[in-house]
Design a protein around this ligand. Structure first.
Ligand code: 1GP
Length: 273
């Protein structure tokens, strides 16, 4: 995959890069940095540790990241700290759209009961995405379970953990609507991560890029989700606020457990890439 003149993956190259990484490496690791939790120096150290540990992208944002000026500064520093991997915004609201990232999970919270999070925030944010030249990655964001910040702030009717077919139905609807990414979100710091059974069921229905996050804390859980068919796993809380070397070690364990461990159980369902 071509990169810009500094060797970094940049705007317009991110989706192709992710597909190429997926083909070459199997399930990918994304590291989430919440700008409200980590200061800029800490974030920069963690980004370097994450990239060395094998992370394929950095996500910046979260449901409670509402200080847009701080997010903008942190995102700029994170972009400077990467060697090659892209920086992707993970917005919880219009305040999550800032320049200097490469791409954005342009998400609709499909199981929100509040239309603001399904279409209105997207309409309000889209002009800024265009103005900043961010690469939009069309994403169905599905909140699984209850009691997390994403669930509360997003007004979600959480899909029960033991109802994988409901998640699969939403994911298929997302595919039919032209969305190329689905993010199954148990919520940051969730006690229970999304189950491998739910991932397996969604995988059979959805042919696009399947992201899974929330409550992933160990290599065994990550390996099970990878085997079930996740294309990328998101890890945040596990490496938040601590020593970046220790964070890098934990990420290395997870990256080692998932890289190449998946045997391509993707659906070839209609409309998928
Ligand atoms: C939250 O899925 C991400 O939006 C990451 O979750 O913080 O629990 O790793 P954790």
């Amino acid at each position: 995959m071509a990169a810009d003149t500094e060797g970094k993956i940049g705007k317009g190259q991110v989706e192709g890069y992710l597909q190429s990484e997926l083909r070459n490496r199997g399930t990918l690791l994304f590291v989430l940095i919440d700008s409200e939790v980590s200061d800029t120096d800490e974030s920069a150290r963690l980004v370097r540790a994450a990239e060395s540990a094998g992370a394929s992208a950095i996500l910046v944002g979260g449901s409670s990241a509402t200080d847009q000026m701080e997010l903008s500064v942190v995102t700029g520093e994170i972009k400077k700290s990467t060697q090659r991997i892209p920086v992707i915004l993970f917005p919880g609201n219009v305040t999550g759209v800032v320049p200097s990232a490469d791409a954005i999970l342009f998400s609709s919270l499909l199981n929100s009961e509040n239309p603001y999070f399904v279409t209105q925030a997207q309409a309000l944010g889209a002009p800024s995405v265009a103005k900043f030249g961010l690469e939009p990655l069309p994403t169905a964001y599905l909140v699984i379970g209850e009691g997390t910040t994403a669930w509360f702030v997003g007004g979600a009717r959480g899909i029960p953990h033991d109802k994988p077919k409901i998640a699969a139905a939403y994911s298929l609807a997302a595919q039919f609507l032209g969305m190329r990414f689905v993010y199954l979100e148990a919520g940051s710091g969730a006690k229970t991560s999304v189950s491998p059974e739910m991932v397996r069921t969604v995988r059979k229905a959805f042919g696009g890029f399947l992201i899974v996050g929330g409550g992933i804390r160990d290599a065994a859980t990550a390996a099970a989700l990878s085997d079930a068919g996740a294309d990328a796993l998101v890890v945040g809380t596990l490496v938040e606020g601590g020593d970046s070397a220790e964070g890098g070690r934990r990420l290395g364990e997870i990256a080692g457990a998932i890289g190449g461990s998946r045997n391509g159980s993707r659906s070839d369902g209609t409309g998928g890439p």
